[in-house]
Write a new protein. Structure first.
Length: 420
């Protein structure tokens, strides 16, 4: 597959008119990318433990990969605003994912695995951002909500199918084979990327300047202007608090079942992971449509409000049936954040040429919140018990809801005067 170096609108091509093949290609990219990335995460820790690595070494390389993803968000967004070919960024990220998976499978030594996880982590700084930029460049601002809903449906479907596939591969073959499978999924991903026509992606639209014409780079506002955007800062603060509460929920619940004598603990944890993904796959397109008619803020409030309710349920009981049912709320939150984050950033950065940099800023705040979440919740749960850990999560989640309710305005250009 050849990735063109000039993903841009032809002069005068302002109105979105992507071909059916291009849109189907983007569907498949979301599907296979989620599948390839599912080969990492908990499987890395399990594989390295099988290779007789110490917990300290495993924790160090996983943390390094996480920090690489965190540190790459802002520069990744800035680069995406500047470069013409967003498809090249996705192809590069996919190659890095494949390389990381093969390195882990073939040479599981400390320096090489560290390099592989830093490579894979760095893709977090631009892969997701590039998919959102391509989507905006293809369909424009007006249709972005529905497109993001569709992206979420295919990404969640790919994650669910791949998680089941990877589990079967590990059971019948080995953890080694999981990483070969993850690398192999990059091939259909690249083929799908090749179906996205370079001429369908408007350079200006993809960075938030929809009216730009011609092959030259669109005009961009000064970087510092973003830090004066009160609504963007408020939204980033809301996402920070949300992730500070949300990121430790499943790890804390997983530890509870891991230390228990529950015979089906692994299946319970798998169900806790898969139920939200299935929920997202079902309702994400609906959320995308409603974001245009109801506005962004009401849906965001629903997603944020689901988190403290779920935390209180987890604090109240360890009954696996109730907890699995409560994970439907996680699917609601995941849908709203997944669909609305890039959409709200697009609302707030129209005509600035800094859409991707702003995405990187919000992503950085999200990552910092998630990093703090596991540490702080672990300290509270270790000192005061699991119920206290979940109650602390609920308190932070309520703070996120209040910040959103009190300070975050409606950003939909067609109904900003509603629900203030």
């Amino acid at each position: 597959m050849v990735v063109a170096a000039d993903d841009a609108g032809v002069a005068g091509a302002i109105e979105p008119s992507p071909s059916g093949a291009t849109l189907c290609g983007l569907d498949a990219v979301n599907l296979f990318l989620a599948g390839a990335l599912s080969g990492f995460g908990p499987y890395v820790a399990a594989f390295l433990a099988e290779q007789k690595w110490t917990q300290q070494d495993i924790g160090f390389v996983l943390t390094a990969g996480g920090f690489a993803g965190l540190l790459s968000q802002l520069p990744g967004g800035a680069v995406l605003d500047a470069i013409r070919s967003k498809r090249f960024a996705v192809a590069l990220g996919a190659a890095m994912v494949a390389a990381g998976a093969l390195i882990i499978a073939l040479w599981p030594t400390f320096p090489l695995v560290l390099t592989a996880l830093v490579l894979q982590g760095t893709t977090g700084g631009f892969l997701g951002l590039a998919i959102a930029a391509i989507s905006l460049g293809l369909v424009g601002h007006t249709a972005l909500a529905e497109r993001l809903g569709r992206n979420q449906r295919f990404a969640s479907s790919g994650g669910v199918v791949a998680a089941g596939l990877m589990g079967l591969i590990a059971y019948f073959l080995s953890y080694h084979a999981i990483f070969f499978a993850a690398a192999a999924l990059v091939l259909p991903l690249l083929a799908a990327l090749g179906r996205i026509r370079a001429s369908d992606i408007h350079f200006g639209r993809a960075s938030g300047v929809p009216h730009h014409q011609g092959p030259s780079a669109p005009p961009r506002a000064r970087r510092w202007s973003l830090w004066k955007n009160r609504s963007l800062l408020t939204f980033a603060g809301c996402v920070f608090l949300f992730q500070m509460a949300n990121a430790s929920m499943l790890p804390l619940a997983g530890e509870t079942f891991g230390y228990s004598k529950e015979a089906f603990s692994s299946l319970i944890v798998s169900a806790l992971i898969m139920v939200p993904q299935l929920t997202v796959a079902i309702i994400a397109p609906w959320a995308g449509r409603r974001a245009n008619t109801w506005g962004r803020r009401p849906l965001l409030l629903v997603g944020f409000a689901a988190l403290p309710i779920r935390a209180l349920v987890f604090a109240w009981t360890t009954n696996p049936v109730i907890l699995i049912a409560a994970q439907l709320l996680d699917g609601v939150s995941g849908t709203m954040l997944g669909v609305l984050t890039a959409l709200i950033v697009a609302d707030l950065t129209t005509d600035t040429g800094r859409f991707n940099l702003a995405q990187g800023f919000v992503g950085t705040m999200s990552g910092v919140g998630a990093s703090l979440s596991t540490t702080l919740s672990g300290l509270v749960a270790g000192s005061l018990g699991r119920a206290a850990g979940f109650l602390g999560i609920a308190a932070v989640a309520v703070a996120a809801v209040l910040l959103l309710w009190l300070l975050m305005p409606e950003t939909n250009p067609s109904n900003r005067n509603k629900l203030r």
